[in-house]
Design a protein around this ligand. Structure first.
Ligand SMILES: *Cc1c(COP(=O)(O)O)cnc(C)c1O
Length: 445
């Protein structure tokens, strides 16, 4: 009875019965996966609550409205203590003045590196926006302009670390290595926390004083461990991704060794002033509450990614990660194979949004891309990619990358809607999703 009512409502929202049923059948096969995701979320939820209790977070922390210089901003200072507890680090910098993830990464690099130092990426090319920060692509204000050199070791063809080449690339002036946990928009696998731990241990054995930084974007709370639990000296991320829980309207964090976090403070504000200044201007409640919700939000996004991988893989599309792989970030890529597929998928995601659902996304020439890009986002916070969002460059292999969903049920609606739109455009047929029943029998691990 209840089920019928639910299908009715899906239908009112534009999802035909066949698509709902197909989704249900896929879901039936995912119970164990979801159970595992919930267990991770439970652990991380307790970890966050424990950290908040330990720092005695109280009402004054939430509503302490510091302006001006922001000396003794209780809410800010306590929140930084909470982040340090969650990441098991000595210290943390968590500020609305850190404008985004790229800024947080640039800040950490600029704070630690000095002219003559070398930065090493032992695991392939870093995130696009870091190319200009480092100066891989010449850019005003890059680290290269300050006499900081860069070297990079490619991954082996199977996506693992090339330890021989890394050993040779660690030089006397190698000051910092940067490891990106998430694949971002590359096709390599995402690294697990334990893989990152192995890499850090290897590099530290060669040169114990190397500072190991991890770009943690999209990875927070996906596992029970964070890179700082396995030897990272600095972990860096954005608050409009996982740890902001969808509520933080801006911000970034850096957690790590105190000496390094203090340097980041001097770089963010000014030598001498450091972390003492930087008023929190009333955003603290959203930072605390967002962090509190973040483990559950990350779990919802993860369920969405697993659901989508299973839906689209069963329909014959290549998905990365695949339907059964273990997950280390919340990004899902689906190779749709045609421009029409990319467009229909993104339009479906958009149509499921709570905000701007009536907008029809179009491919567009974006700065920095060599092809048109289509983006779907109906977000409460501009550009927030912990909210359900998708984008794809309109070029072969016609892959879309999608991530987020503040709740699992929204992610589910978005994915069903993407399928519905693909069907409306004739890219997937009734036959494709009906023929699935037979496949399901005996289709377990
Ligand atoms: C999003 C992201 C960044 C950059 O963050 P912005 O907030 O977009 O500047 C860096 N690295 C990775 C892996 C990311 O996913």
């Amino acid at each position: 009875m209840k089920k019928t009512k639910l299908t009715e409502l899906y239908k009112e929202l534009g999802i035909r019965d066949e698509v709902s049923h197909f989704g249900d059948r896929i879901l039936d096969s995912l119970r164990e996966r979801f159970e595992e995701i919930d267990q991770t979320a439970e652990y991380n939820q307790l970890k966050v609550i424990q950290a908040m209790q330990k720092s005695q977070v109280n009402e004054n922390c939430l509503h302490y409205y510091a302006s001006g210089y922001g000396y003794n901003d209780l809410g800010r200072d306590t929140l930084e203590e909470v982040y340090a507890s969650v990441f098991h680090t000595e210290s943390a910098l968590v500020r609305p003045q850190i404008t985004c993830g790229t800024h947080a990464l640039a800040l950490a690099l600029g704070a630690v590196l000095r002219p003559g130092d070398e930065l090493l990426s032992p695991a392939g090319k870093p995130y696009d926006t870091l190319e200009e920060v480092i100066g891989i692509r010449p850019s005003k204000g890059s680290l290269a302009e300050y006499g900081i050199t860069y070297s990079q070791v490619e991954l082996l063809p199977d996506g693992t670390f090339d330890y021989d080449a890394i050993e040779k690339a660690v030089r006397p002036n190698t000051k910092l290595i940067t490891i990106q946990r998430s694949k971002g928009y590359l096709t390599r696998p995402t690294f697990s926390v334990s893989q990152i731990g192995e890499l850090i241990a290897f590099v530290k054995k060669i040169k114990p004083d190397v500072i190991c930084m991890v770009d943690n974007c999209y990875g927070e709370f996906v596992e029970t461990l964070e890179p700082s639990d396995v030897g990272a000296d600095l972990v860096v991320g954005s608050l409009i991704k996982n740890p902001g829980g969808g509520l933080a309207p801006i911000g970034g964090y850096i957690a790590g060794r105190k000496e390094l976090i203090d340097l980041c403070g001097y770089r963010l504000t000014s030598p001498g002033l450091g972390r003492e200044v930087g008023a929190s201007l009333g955003v603290m409640q959203s930072f605390y509450q967002g962090l509190f919700l973040a483990p559950g939000v990350a779990a919802g996004a993860l369920k969405g990614a697993v659901f989508a991988a299973n839906i689209y893989e069963r329909l014959g599309y290549k998905v990365v990660p695949d339907s059964r792989e273990s997950r280390h970030d919340i990004i899902q890529a689906v190779e749709l194979g045609t421009p029409e597929g990319v467009i229909a998928f993104c339009r479906g995601i958009q149509a499921a949004a709570p905000v701007d659902s009536y907008v029809i996304p179009e491919p567009w020439a974006m700065p920095g891309y060599d092809s048109d890009v289509i983006m779907a986002a109906g977000a409460f916070v501009q550009g927030s990619s912990i909210e359900l969002s998708a984008d794809g460059p309109v070029r072969p292999p016609y892959a879309v990358y999608f991530q987020g969903g503040l709740t699992w049920h929204h992610a589910k609606l978005g994915i069903l809607m993407s399928l519905e739109y693909m069907m409306r455009d004739g890219l997937i047929t009734d036959h494709d999703i009906m023929g699935y029943d037979g496949l399901l029998t005996g289709d377990t691990e």
